[in-house]
Design a protein around this ligand. Structure first.
Ligand code: SF4
Length: 427
């Protein structure tokens, strides 16, 4: 590529260069991996792993089961069904799996009952906090040694937890640390829920900082974003069971569906399924490029479902649920942050109607010397301005968590994490 100084205009409308803009004077950095080799399939395309490799399954836990299944399990153990409600209360309201706390259960057989219904799922390996303590990243070890992470963030009026839904990820995005090692396995519904319960226990014990005396936010996680490790819609059944437990007021965590954001890089059939679920979660499409030419390289699953198909499915989600869709767009310097791409994105969104979508550009973490680095601030602002001017509500998103490598696409166990995990016994 001939390197030329970037040409940025502030004219109201840029004409989209066809394909690679080699001779337009616009600098175009193309995606590639840095320091690791992307696994390829037999056709030479980046490998996509949809199926979870076979590994030992995590123990079945109360949160994996529906209420009826919980009662049936207890009855099989010769216990009355109402014990299910008692266990639910301890776990979902008091955030405990410790038999010693459950004095309302008969002492005889209590340990066995709790060990069977609430087996340990996550062992904390490390915890990293920002200076003010209002963002905390947890590294968890699963029963089979797989490592996953979650990030807890306090904002004024809400507490958000970014959860993992898979150990690793099979979507092989070249910019993403999580995708590098491929998919280790799907997480169970209870492993997803346990991330929330453990975060709630920490908040209840006063372990999350940043609370102002004027802040009347709930003292538990209020918002969930599925933007940790994994592609949630590739683990559809377990993620949906976890979502059902999150919103269940009687037998689960009783959270608001609106506060739960399920995101995807664009698994179109699963988006359609999600729209039919009748649980009005917030749906987010991680688009990152409005043109197939770039997106084919940036998000390998685009080779399966193209930009227009993903946007059609997103619009259909809105039609079905009435919930406004979020488009996530990581702004990457000279790769996808061009003014013409903002215009093309606006054009494609407007072509599908008004008022159904919101765009969240998020500057990538600044990484000197890497092609994967944040757009310059004037470029970010211009990108946002163009979309807003075209009538698409657009807000630059907070990059909270980047100080501790907790921003999206950054969640991956480091060598140091692996060493700490090695030294941490499970359970
Ligand atoms: S960006 Fe998301 S979908 Fe892509 S590899 Fe990373 S975790 Fe998977």
């Amino acid at each position: 590529m001939t390197e030329q100084p970037p040409v940025r205009t502030t004219t109201p409308r840029q004409v989209r260069p066809e394909g690679a803009p080699a001779n337009t004077g616009i600098r175009q950095v193309r995606p590639k991996t840095e320091g690791w080799q992307q696994a390829k399939d037999e056709t030479g395309r980046p490998l996509l792993q949809f199926a979870s490799p076979k590994r030992g399954k995590p123990p079945v836990h109360l949160a994996d089961l529906t209420y009826d299944e919980r009662v049936a399990t207890l009855k099989k153990l010769g216990l009355p069904g109402f014990r299910a409600k008692q266990l639910e209360k301890h776990y979902f309201t008091h955030y405990t799996s410790d038999a010693a706390d459950m004095t309302d259960l008969p002492a005889s057989g209590r340990e066995e009952l709790v060990a069977g219904m609430l087996p340990p799922l996550l062992t904390e390996v490390r915890r990293l906090e920002t200076d003010r303590g209002d963002t905390i990243k947890f590294l968890w070890k699963l029963h089979d040694g797989a490592l996953v992470e979650s990030v807890l963030m306090r904002y004024p009026g809400r507490i958000t937890l970014c959860v993992s839904s898979q150990a690793g990820c099979g979507m092989n995005c070249p910019f993403c640390a999580t995708g590098q090692a491929g998919l280790t396995r799907n997480m169970s519904a209870a492993e997803i829920i346990e991330q929330i319960v453990r975060a709630n226990a920490l908040i209840a014990a006063g372990g999350l900082g940043g609370k102002k005396s004027s802040d009347h936010s709930l003292d538990r996680v209020s918002n969930i974003v599925f933007m940790g490790m994994g592609e949630p819609l590739a683990n559809y059944a377990r993620v949906m069971q976890a979502v059902r437990v999150m919103v269940d007021k009687e037998h689960g965590l009783g959270m608001s569906a609106r506060g739960i954001t399920v995101s995807t890089v664009g698994l179109v059939p699963a988006i359609k399924k999600l729209a039919d679920e009748d649980i009005p979660v917030t749906f987010a499409l991680s688009l990152h490029a409005p043109d197939d030419h770039l997106r084919d390289e940036l998000i390998p699953v685009n080779s399966r479902w193209k930009v227009d198909e993903a946007l059609d499915a997103a619009r259909a989600y809105f039609d079905k649920t009435g919930r406004r869709v979020s488009i996530e767009y990581a702004l990457i310097k000279d790769m996808n942050d061009h003014a013409w791409r903002a215009d093309l994105l606006a054009e494609k969104l407007n072509a599908r109607g008004r008022g159904w979508v919101h765009v969240n550009p998020i500057p990538l973490n600044p990484t000197p010397g890497s092609i994967w680095t944040a757009s310059e601030v004037p470029v970010q602002n211009e990108f946002v301005r163009r979309l807003n001017d075209a009538g698409i509500p657009t807000t630059l998103r907070d990059t909270r968590g980047k100080e501790i490598d907790g921003a999206c696409g950054q969640l991956v166990a480091t060598e140091e994490d692996e060493a700490a995990a090695e030294a941490t016994p499970v359970g």
